[in-house]
Design a binder for this molecule. Structure first.
Ligand code: 3HC
Length: 693
């Protein structure tokens, strides 16, 4: 064995040279990896004893992409293109041996090998789009030549990880070898290729699939149209599409020039900066200072959920999806049956769209059972999540019962969206086992999980909850107990201002439009119409005191009744409503206010800057660990546009000094709702950024 450098070595197995990379955690293409590959291939090509070359990686994965930490600064030589040229022009067959995830630059390297073999568990993808980028090492030109432009469009604009079996049928890999026997399989394959003198296939020269799409611009037009809603606001999907168009219409080298130019533009732009920040923010959120890596975890083999409503059912589905049995408890048979039927319907809908198979529907439904008795069903559970009505007395009653029923060490969780968890924990003799697991509706879809640490929650319960969140596919953020926790507390600021703006002369659709154009999927009023204006509205007590009262009294209770703040047609398309406008104007007249024309800029600043200020207060009170955690909450739970990073990241782009100045200006005009947090004032005085918090 020859050590090429600290992360690469070269061995000879008979007449096959094997280059092995070992650069944990994911063999990203750092300067050392590029250098190891360059020197490794140079030596293997020069070695007369080697007839073929295998590239393989140690650890959990083949190369998972460029080293994202290197982005933004000049890359040291050798460049990745130098490595790729050497591989592609090698006079000896090069075989990439793939396991784990072969992503981004990793796949682009593999596509410069003449052949690829993979184990069945391997996954292939070009996920650059999720970093606001496009594959910048020839992937945009090579992938369409392998899988055709249609598949390339789907893969590159979604970043999807394609399973090995599909990769085999699509031509991304030439052979699958037995799991756990990658090295032997790849060497045998390389030996065969050399012995049979198979051609040294260069993907760059394979033009059949791209030529077949030439003169068919509708492929791209249709794709753009079908995905317009999904791509709205994002630059990277369109840039990826343009590169695939170039692959179809231009010779390889010309297409590469288009790729380089567009890659550089994206890399220099604000969207990719925000999306790269997001990548690390999400990983950072998993790290909890003060909780050691070796904190003992509680094995979670069976879970209980209290409440078969929308929330309880959605929560249960998460565990069934991960193969963990769940028992749902309700007080009466009818709501229990209804809840279980809705779960089945949800799974069947997913199956009808091709998301899961019919067999999976049955498997998952079989994992979810119903019960009418906590006493009978909860004694052996490892985790119970309460998802009942938001009333402290009811929750306390349930937790006292759980304390008596559940086995020692079981985690007792509440899905409350804002009640005081310390108070809930106080009725148990084991507050160390009590935690908040705040799912977002619909709980089987929304990525965010706010994990709420109460005063006495043990490290073990926190560490287990964080790990479990990952297992069930959630993005978890650890927060502290305060009204509304992190997400809803910040939302409260936006809601308050939206309501105030309406009373000052902005119509709901003006406010919604500004926030929609900013990148939210919808504004607060459209959101109310979707959720139902009558949530928390009591008909008998309604006395026309608020705009909402009047709308609900007129049976304008949102989309479900065909009208709310907006009027809806039969396809649920929203139109500004003259009725709502009159109701609002009547309220303004009654209040004696003078409506005025409010600029889009003011609407945006009034809605967003108080959110940032609240984020600072949350950090000041230590209810969130770091500023980027707040951004993770808002992206994953409230539709904050990913390409704008999150409220705190956005605040840094605007400039903390400008945020402070505006808050002071608003405070002077409109009162203490805008009072800047002392920490914001200090931050500006110290010349620091929100991300420093
Ligand atoms: N560069 C630098 N660090 C990376 C990295 C990368 N490409 N990919 C992962 N890491 C780091 C993570 O930050 C994390 O570090 P930490 O432990 O200090 O927090 C560590 O590796 C492990 O990552 P995960 O926690 O995400 O581990 P998982 O096992 O859950 O997932 C993975 C592994 C699927 C590879 C996932 O990390 C991932 O999706 N990585 C990014 C893949 C990617 O986007 N590749 C394209 C990069 S851009 C590119 O290649 C441009 C090219 O076209 C020129």
């Amino acid at each position: 064995m020859t050590a090429i450098n600290a992360v690469t070595d070269l061995t000879l197995d008979g007449e096959v040279a094997v280059i092995t990379l070992n650069s944990p955690p994911v063999n990203a293409l750092s300067a050392a990896v590029r250098q190891g590959l360059f020197e490794g291939f140079k030596a293997a090509i020069a070695d007369p004893a080697a007839k073929a070359i295998v590239l393989i990686c140690e650890g959990r994965t083949f190369i998972a992409g460029a080293d994202i930490t290197e982005f933004g600064s000049a890359m040291a030589d050798p460049q990745l293109a130098d490595v790729q040229d050497m591989m592609e022009s090698s006079t000896k067959p090069v075989v990439a041996a793939i396991h784990g995830t072969v992503l981004g630059g990793g796949l682009e390297v593999a596509l410069c090998a003449h052949y690829r073999v993979a184990v069945p568990s391997a996954k292939f993808g070009l996920p650059e789009v999720n970093l606001g980028l496009l594959p910048g090492a020839g992937g945009t030109q090579r992938l369409p030549r392998v899988v055709g432009p249609e598949r390339a469009l789907e893969m590159m604009t979604s970043g999807r990880h394609v399973p090995a079996k599909e990769a085999l049928s699509g031509g991304l890999t030439d052979e699958l070898v037995e799991e756990g026997k990658l090295k032997e399989g790849a060497i045998a394959f390389a030996r065969k290729v050399a012995a049979e003198n198979r051609p040294l296939t260069k993907i760059r020269d394979q033009n059949a699939k791209v030529e077949a799409a030439r003169g068919k611009p509708e492929i791209f037009a249709d794709f753009r149209k079908a995905n317009a809603r999904k791509f709205r606001g994002f630059l990277a999907p369109e840039y990826n599409i343009k590169c695939i168009e170039a692959a179809v219409n231009l010779p390889f080298d010309e297409g590469m020039k288009v790729e380089r130019k567009l890659f550089n533009e994206l890399m220099a732009g604000s969207q990719s900066a925000a999306q790269r920040y997001t990548f690390f923010a999400e990983r950072q959120a998993q790290k909890i200072p003060g909780i050691a890596d070796d904190t003992p975890l509680i094995p979670i083999k069976k879970v209980g959920v209290i409440g078969a409503g929308t929330m309880g059912g959605g929560i249960a589905m998460n565990f069934a999806n991960a193969g963990i049995p769940v028992v749902i408890v309700e007080q009466k048979q009818e709501p229990l049956d209804k809840g279980l039927a809705i779960i089945r319907k949800n799974y069947e809908r997913t199956a009808s769209r091709g998301g899961i198979t019919a067999a999976q529907v049955e498997e998952r439904c079989a994992l979810i059972t119903g019960s009418l008795s906590m006493e009978e069903s909860f004694a052996d559970l490892d985790l119970v999540i309460e998802a009942v009505f938001e009333r402290m007395d009811i929750k306390k009653d349930i937790f006292a019962k759980l304390d008596a029923i559940c086995k020692p060490g079981a985690i007792l969780a509440t899905n409350t969206s804002g009640l005081n968890i310390d108070e809930i924990a106080s009725v148990t003799k084991r507050p160390e086992s009590v935690i908040g697991l705040h799912f977002f509706s619909p709980a089987n879809v929304m990525k965010l999980l706010e994990i709420v640490r109460a005063d006495h929650t043990s490290d073990s319960v926190i560490a287990t909850s964080m790990k479990l969140a990952k297992q069930i596919g959630k993005t978890a953020v650890l927060v502290g107990v305060c009204p509304g926790f992190v997400g809803n507390r910040i939302l409260g600021q936006r809601q308050r201002e939206a309501q105030k703006l309406v009373m000052e002369g902005a119509m709901p659709w003006d406010i919604d439009r500004v926030l929609y154009d900013f990148g939210f999927p919808m504004g607060p009023f459209a959101m109310s119409d979707l959720a139902g204006l009558d949530i928390g509205w009591v008909k008998e007590k309604s006395n026309g005191e608020s705009i909402r009262d009047v709308l609900c009294e007129a049976d304008r209770r949102g989309q479900k009744t065909g009208a709310g703040y907006y009027d809806y047609d039969e396809n649920r398309n929203a139109k500004p409503s003259p009725f709502t406008e009159k109701v609002i104007n009547d309220f303004i007249v009654k209040s004696g206010a003078n409506p005025r024309k409010i600029s889009d800029e003011e609407i945006l600043e009034r809605c967003i800057f108080p959110m940032i200020n609240e984020g600072v207060k949350i950090l000041e009170e230590k209810k969130a660990i770091r500023s980027s955690d707040i951004d993770v909450v808002w992206q994953n739970g409230y539709g904050w546009p990913v390409y704008r990073g999150g409220p705190m990241w956005y605040g840094d782009q605007v400039g903390p000094d400008k945020v402070l100045a505006k808050m002071q200006e608003f405070q002077a005009k409109m009162g203490d709702a805008f009072k800047p947090s002392p920490l914001l004032e200090k931050l500006v005085a110290d010349g620091k950024k929100f991300s420093d918090l």
